[in-house]
Ligand binder design. Sequence first.
Ligand SMILES: [Zn+2]
Length: 155
Amino acid sequence: MGNDIRYQKEELKYVVADSLCKRLVRSVEEKYPREACGIILGKLLENNTIVITNYVSVENSDSEFDQDRHYTINPLKLYSYENTFAKDGNEIIGFYHSHPDAIAYLSEEDKKYMIPEQLYLILEVQAGITLHRNVWKKSIEDDSISRVNIKVKGE
Ligand SMILES: [Zn+2]
């Protein structure tokens, strides 16, 4: 374990560059009205701060019919992404997906599959435009789910 992000005791702070944030939003909007999904990569810095370093858009492996309501990331793909991107101190720190024409809150199904201490970013995309985004995290201690604040930094 040691420096593993998932086992940090102190409360973590998250930062992301504005430009990266905008790129992600654009890629999600391009998928509309389909549901977009992907992986969030990050790196642990000093002071219990995690900087979001990149995202990887992942093919939604659910059937065509279902893509406006569900997302599934193939576990084998996930494993290969971990090997490809989880270097130079980068780790998979969470997942994102869009809710086309629905609010940026966790569905019951979203909650069911949450991995503790991973970030879950949900983007509300109404008529192709991202109106809201929320980030959620489930506690490893008691399974409680709370919102996470991510500081967006200009460059
Ligand atoms: Zn969802």
